[in-house]
Design a protein around this ligand. Structure first.
Ligand code: ASP
Length: 320
């Protein structure tokens, strides 16, 4: 007889937005799917070995930050000043510990720094130069802006500057001069480990043509990221200003905690309801304490993958 398996699972996202098959080449789709599979497997390997959910989400997010296909770490979108400014956060559902960084420019893996803020500072959120000073004091390398810069992001910024707005990395500019046939997005992960711990992590370059110093939802606990043992782990992606105004992940967790809503009901209620009503395009990934995964989105797609409690791998891009 097989020993009873303690359920564990992981889910990730690589951003939501106007993701349409007609804007995607077969090669690009295959490369993105490969990165998503690699990321979710990296996190799952840690869970399989009995590692912590919080380490699994960091491992998964790092793979996505290192890929040029997503709007986090390498491949981050550019600000109006043609620079990369990245935000990231992590939450450990065991003890409600959290760490975050905002507006960092020279850190290869902002999620690792967010984790170190949680573990080794007395704070939850460090910003800009202060965050980088903390990083360098802990031995982080200074990564030049050139590392993050991609031609595609530059072309994308130029197109959006012409239109005078800001845009999600996956926004649809087919009617204008949006030249970015590659669809890239904010990244995140949620995990449940064999001890029943939940954790969530999110990392982003933000939105194209954002003002210098703009901070979105991704580094804000309760907006872009939330985890609470016995309840749920959540990571969001979409128009950060709307996710901030609706405290999206805190609201989903509260619905589950106080109304006993199922993870799928709570996620859909917020993403298709109040968030959509204020124009908040995007989505969220949720994982409950039993290992049930739910992906909710009000956009045409969200890069996503999961390995469920049965060990089944799924990778998806478009809304269903
Ligand atoms: N939520 C991110 C932000 O507003 C963007 C995204 O998810 O693509 O910074």
């Amino acid at each position: 007889m097989q020993p009873t398996q303690i359920p564990f699972a992981i889910a990730i996202h690589g951003g939501a937005g106007t993701i349409l098959p007609e804007h995607m080449s077969a090669e690009l789709q295959a490369a993105i799917e490969q990165d998503l599979a690699n990321a979710v497997k990296a996190g799952h390997a840690i869970l399989t070995q009995g590692g912590l959910a919080v380490d699994a989400v960091v491992a998964a997010v790092k793979v996505l930050e290192d890929s040029p296909h997503f709007n986090a770490g390498k491949g981050s979108v550019l600000t109006h000043k043609e620079m990369v400014e990245m935000d990231a956060s992590i939450m450990d559902g065991r003890n409600s510990e959290a760490g975050a960084v905002a507006c960092v420019r020279h850190i290869k893996n902002p999620i690792t720094l967010a984790y170190d803020v949680m573990l080794h500072s007395q704070h939850v959120l460090l910003f800009g130069e202060g965050a980088e000073e903390f990083a360098f004091s802990r031995g982080y390398d200074f990564t030049e802006q050139d590392y993050f810069f991609t031609d595609r992001r530059y072309d994308q910024l130029m197109a959006i500057k012409e239109q005078g707005g800001v845009a999600l990395s996956e926004a649809n500019y087919s009617q204008g001069s949006y030249p970015d046939d590659g669809k890239h997005g904010t990244v995140g992960a949620v995990a449940l480990d064999q001890l029943g711990n939940l954790a969530a992590a999110t990392s982003t370059g933000g939105i194209t043509n954002k003002r210098y110093g703009r901070v979105g939802d991704s580094p804000i606990i309760g907006a872009g990221t939330f985890a609470e043992n016995g309840n749920v782990a959540l990571s969001a992606t979409g128009v950060g200003e709307c996710f901030l105004r609706k405290a999206v992940t805190a609201d989903i967790a509260a619905r589950m905690r106080y109304l006993q809503e199922d993870v799928s009901v709570a996620c859909e209620n917020v993403i298709q309801g109040e968030l959509k009503q204020i124009g908040g395009e995007g989505g969220v990934i949720g994982l409950d304490a039993q290992g049930k995964v739910h992906f909710a989105m009000n956009s045409t797609g969200m890069y996503r993958a999961s390995i469920d409690t049965n060990g089944l791998l799924q990778v998806k891009i478009y809304a269903e």
